[in-house]
Design a protein around this ligand. Structure first.
Ligand SMILES: Cc1ncc(COP(=O)(O)O)c(C=O)c1O
Length: 438
């Protein structure tokens, strides 16, 4: 029997065996409290997560990086996944659920007519880019937001390593991405009308790939103008809804803004934690997938589509998209109230279903780390973002409110005496996170 390490010691060991420690930046200890974040879970259920030492936390952070909008381990979704497992996850033939899922997603996005599936958001984005380049015969892509780790996207940083600083992180390295991809990606700053001149004057852009909403809502006419320019220049408009989908309405949030894209990507909440992502698009565009090679063994496994169909049913039954923004706006109010009460400057951002805040002061990462450490002590996994789930009930929110009261008070004592949070912080400060989540 292997004697496995627990919590912090396992995280230290991980860094010897796994470069970077884990597979996803957003779950890396360095983004929270590098030396004191519990790192691993033994169980997750509803709004709760248990660490390897048996500590039970209320998850008031990302809840599976936005994937588990129905709460961790939703019974109906798990039931569908287990049924798919019992019937054989993989076979020589295809799973019929991929057709059912394509038909379902197309029906709630009436501008679309076909779908392809992958398992991660980054993959779905890469699929869409290949299709867009294939359909238009053009190579350049304008981007606005985060769209995964693949070469096509990171190529943005070849000409200057700060091209993605407004979208992702400052100084993100792109070593290993072929130099020949330099200048293929044009970053557009969100809500910046001047940047749209680049589109108006372009001849060789295949697609605008963008997140529909980010920290702030679109300015009046911003999305409409992009759509008009795309129409005029025959540029495809692709909405990356891997994170925004299903949180404020049933489907991509573009349905709420009434702007129709040519393609859109869905992921994360689509499978409530099971791996499934989708590319939806208009028929003539999607058929280009047959003129190139887009194919993968594990895009045919049966759990993802089964879980997605069950997730869609559950979302529709309880109208989860109405619940999430309500909870999110309560949390925004809690942050704002204690910021005012204790004279601690913060800026609250994000749509109600994806709220975030930043400490608007010196050593903001120090304040963020002390926030996380204090909330851990109170029994919460918490940082400066909160992706609500339908399982966050009033009783949990009340407890969170009380813990925030204590924590903001501690932080304000540091701030109002202009001391360094390092005096109150155990271990190192957290590292900067994605720009759009700060
Ligand atoms: C808008 C958006 N696109 C793409 C991705 C990448 O998805 P994944 O991490 O599943 O590859 C993310 C992940 O955070 C995202 O928010």
């Amino acid at each position: 029997m292997i004697n496995f390490d627990k919590g912090e010691s396992l995280w230290n060991k991980a860094n010897s065996f796994i470069p970077g420690g884990n597979m996803l930046l957003s779950k890396n200890n360095n983004l929270f409290s590098p030396d004191f974040w519990p790192a691993y879970y033994s169980r997750a259920k509803g709004p709760y997560v248990w660490d390897l030492d048996g500590n039970k936390y209320l998850d008031f952070s990302s809840n599976g990086v936005g994937a588990c909008s129905l709460g961790h381990a939703n019974e109906n979704v798990d039931k569908a996944a287990i049924e798919a497992i019992n019937n054989g996850v993989m076979s020589t033939l295809n799973t019929p659920n991929e057709v059912h899922l394509a038909e379902y997603l197309v029906s709630i996005h009436p501008w679309s007519s076909m779908a392809r599936f992958a398992r991660s958001g980054g993959e779905a984005n890469a699929v869409a880019i290949r299709i867009a380049r294939c359909f238009t015969g053009r190579e350049k892509i304008a981007i606005c937001g985060y769209h995964g780790w693949h070469d096509w996207y990171l190529a943005a940083n070849l000409s200057s390593k700060d091209n993605l600083k407004d979208h992702l992180l400052k100084g993100l390295g792109s070593k290993g991405v072929p130099d020949s991809l330099a200048n293929t990606i044009i970053p557009l700053r969100y809500n910046n009308f001047d940047d749209l001149e680049l589109l108006k004057n372009s001849k060789d852009i295949a697609a605008v790939k963008m997140e529909v909403v980010r920290s702030n809502p679109p300015k009046n006419g911003y999305l409409e103008l992009i759509k008009d320019i795309c129409n005029e220049k025959k540029i495809l408009l692709i909405f990356d809804e891997c994170t925004s989908g299903f949180r404020e309405n049933f489907g991509g949030i573009h349905l709420k803004f009434k702007i129709e894209p040519d393609m859109c990507m869905l992921g994360k909440a689509l499978g409530n934690g099971y791996a499934i992502s989708a590319v939806l698009g208009k028929e003539d565009i999607m058929l280009s997938a047959c003129d190139t090679f887009i194919s993968s063994t594990f895009w045919t496994e049966a759990v993802g589509p089964a879980a997605a169909l069950a997730t869609l049913e559950e979302m529709k039954d309880i109208k989860s998209w109405k619940i999430l923004p309500k909870i999110g706006s309560q949390i925004k109010k809690i942050w704002s109230n204690y910021s005012k009460k204790y004279n601690l400057p913060i800026i609250v951002n994000g749509i109600d279903a994806l709220p975030t805040f930043i400490f608007n002061c010196y050593e903001s990462n120090g304040f963020k780390t002390v926030f996380t450490q204090s909330m851990l002590k109170e029994g919460f996994l918490a940082t400066t973002l909160f992706y609500p789930t339908v399982k966050h009930e009033d009783i949990h929110i009340k407890k969170y409110d009380q813990a925030c009261d204590k924590t903001f008070k501690i932080l304000s004592n540091i701030f109002n005496t202009q001391r360094s949070p390092s005096l109150f912080c155990k271990g190192n400060y957290c590292k900067p996170s994605f720009k759009r989540l700060n």
